[in-house]
Every structure is written in structure tokens, then in C-alpha cells.
Design a protein around this ligand. Structure first.
Ligand code: PEP
Ligand code: MN
Length: 337
């Protein structure tokens, strides 16, 4: 961090500020110019708040020269994080896929979808049991029964389960029944939930918030990691922009941006990003081409009758065709799927 002081700052005022900073285990290098004094802060400046510094009457400007996230930062952890879940590795050479319905609806529905996506070569089965819907009148998910149906589908197919948690009270049951715990876009900044997820030893799929910047998203990952859990997988799922033709705007540039800033794996969800089933396959192919470590796709055996997000769900047959075309793209960029 660099702090530029106002020209009239007195020696006493400067010393008082320096003492205040040095109390926090950060050393200060003073650069005294003709008109201005600049303070260069050296050490872990995570505990120093820019606003607090700017409020000081002798401070003209305070700037960070490093990103505020540390554990999620590639600078301090240059080797890629590979998250292991059973036999699967996320963030390695092999691209992973997560597919399944938006919501678990019935035993027949989840088992039929699970069998079909498994046949197509999927790595994980997804299914929402607790649904954070925008309207309180929309289907809210089957709750615990949904998790039990996912467990049956796992038993039938061997596919590990990805499902979304919406409250800290559900932690124990998710730890037991779910292989990757998803944090949805609406909860990306539920810091109480993130901290609790940081205390467990389970991979967390952290979706990007509805209007979150890349830095805010990585700071949310930092919340989990700061508590101990380093198994974080990021998921780009589109952000809100002025464009309303699509449900959200898929920010594919987030993939190379995350790869530059962080060592964490990133997967792309083209279903929530576009909101339209007919865009999912092309955006999925694009995501793999730009370097995503995986995909999350909503697949339903009867999209027209789906209880949630049918309009953006593809059929198991379409998913199988998609997988075939992804194999070609993965090969072209030196990866496997
Ligand atoms: C979901 O994956 O079903 C979901 C609700 O996604 P998001 O949080 O990205 O809206
Ligand atoms: Mn959905």
C-alpha cells in the first residue's frame, strides 16, 4: 500500500500516523519529496483499511498496489490448486463436467437423468434440493427429501453429488450427503455462511454473485480459505448487465482473468448465464476453448415440465452430443474431458 500525504502534514502528524500503522506489524518506508511525503507500507497490509487511511486529515490518497486477497492469490501460491473429489480432480489436465436438473423433483426424474448423463461421460451429478428462488411463491425445492433422492441417484450410478446450501443450519447434513457444496450467486456474500464453510473439509463450488466484480468474488473465496478450507472451485455463471436479451451476460473473460490472478480452478455455468437452452451448447464450447476447468450444465429429461429453469435446461441427448463436441475442443487445447 502506498499513502500520499498532503503538503502541510507536520512531522508530529506524520509520526503519529506511522506509529498507528507500525502497531499493526507493517513497516513504513518514508519518501520525503520537495512538496509531498509518500509512505510505502511493507508487510501484510490486509488489516489496514483504505477508507480509514483516507479519512486521516493529512492523507491525500491511499492506494493498494497488491490485491487484497492473499490465500486465493496466485502471487503467493503460484502452483495451481487441484481439488480432489473421490477419483476426480478439478483444475488438473482433465476437464470435469457437472450436469443434472436445476431442482430434484422425483426419484424417477433424478435417476433417469443421472443414468443418462453418466452414460454421456459426466463427472458429477447436480441437483438443487434447497432452492433460493427469486419469488417466495416459486417451487422452493424438496429440501431434505431432495438430498435423500440425490443419495439414491449416487448409489445407482456412482456419481458424486453437487448441491446448493442456503443456510448454516444445513451444514451437518450437507457435509454428510453432498460431495461438493455449492454456494449460489445469491449467497456469494453471505459471509457468515462462507466462514462456516471455511471450517469444514469439503470442496466448495463458489458461484459468482449476480453483480460481483472479480475482486469481490475472490474476496469471498478468501473468506472460506482464511478459515482453513482451501478447496474452493470458482463458478462463473453470468453477471447482470444492461443487456436483457439473455438472463445474464456470460463473462468468459473471467476465465483468463481468474487464471491470471488466482490458482483456484474455475468452471463455467452456461445455463444460468444465458437462461436459454439453445445457447447453452455454444457457450459451453466457448468456455472450454477459453480454458475453463469444467462446466456446470442444467439437464432435464422433460424441460417443458421442469419445476424450475426448464427454459435453460438441455435434454440428456443434447448433453451427450455436447460432450462429443467438447472432446474435440479439449483435444485441440491439449486437455482431456
Ligand atoms: C443453481 O445452480 O441452480 C442456481 C440457483 O444458480 P445461481 O446461484 O448461479 O443462480
Ligand atoms: Mn437453476
Amino acid at each position: 500500500m502506498v499513502i500520499v500525504l498532503k503538503p502541510y502534514a507536520t512531522k508530529e502528524q506524520i509520526n503519529k500516523l506511522v506509529d498507528n500503522i507500525e502497531k499493526r506489524n507493517v513497516s513504513v518506508q518514508k519518501v520525503i519529496g520537495r512538496d509531498l511525503t509518500i509512505l510505502g507500507l511493507i508487510g501484510d497490509t490486509g488489516s489496514i483499511d483504505i477508507d480509514e487511511m483516507t479519512m486521516n486529515e493529512i492523507v491525500h490518497k491511499a492506494m493498494r498496489i497488491q490485491e487484497p486477497f492473499k490465500r486465493a492469490n496466485k502471487m503467493f501460491h503460484p502452483e495451481k490448486t487441484i481439488v480432489k473429489v473421490g477419483d476426480a480432480e478439478i483444475g488438473g489436465g482433465k476437464i470435469i463436467t457437472i450436469a443434472g436438473p436445476c431442482s430434484v423433483e422425483t426419484e424417477d426424474q433424478i435417476i433417469e437423468i443421472a443414468r443418462k448423463v453418466k452414460k454421456a461421460g459426466v463427472t458429477f451429478l447436480r441437483g438443487g434440493a434447497f432452492k433460493p428462488r427469486s419469488s417466495p411463491y416459486s417451487f422452493q425445492g424438496l429440501g431434505h427429501e431432495g438430498l435423500d433422492l440425490l443419495a439414491i441417484a449416487k448409489q445407482e450410478t456412482g456419481l458424486p453429488i453437487v448441491s446448493e446450501i442456503i443456510a448454516t443450519e444445513l451444514l451437518d447434513v450437507f457435509e454428510e450427503q453432498v460431495d461438493i457444496i455449492q454456494v449460489g450467486a445469491r449467497n456469494m456474500q453471505n459471509f457468515v455462511l462462507l466462514k462456516e464453510l471455511g471450517k469444514i473439509d469439503k470442496p466448495i463450488l463458489l458461484k459468482r454473485g449476480l453483480s460481483a466484480t472479480i475482486e469481490e468474488w475472490l474476496m469471498s473465496a478468501e473468506y472460506i480459505m482464511a478459515e482453513g478450507n482451501q478447496k474452493v472451485i470458482l463458478c462463473e455463471r453470468g453477471i447482470r448487465t444492461f443487456e436483457n436479451y439473455t438472463r445474464n451476460t456470460l463473462d468468459l473473460s473471467a476465465v483468463p482473468a481468474i487464471k491470471r490472478l488466482s490458482h483456484l480452478p474455475i468452471v463455467v455455468d452456461p445455463s444460468h448465464a444465458t437462461g436459454m437452452w439453445w445457447m447453452v451448447e455454444s457457450m459451453a464450447r466457448g468456455a472450454i476453448a477459453v480454458g475453463a476447468d469444467g462446466l456446470m450444465v442444467e439437464v432435464h429429461n422433460n424441460p417443458e415440465k421442469a419445476l424450475s429453469d426448464g427454459q435453460q435446461s438441455i435434454t440428456p441427448d443434447a448433453f451427450s452430443n455436447l460432450m462429443n463436441s467438447l472432446r474435440i475442443i479439449a483435444g485441440a487445447i491439449g486437455r482431456k474431458i
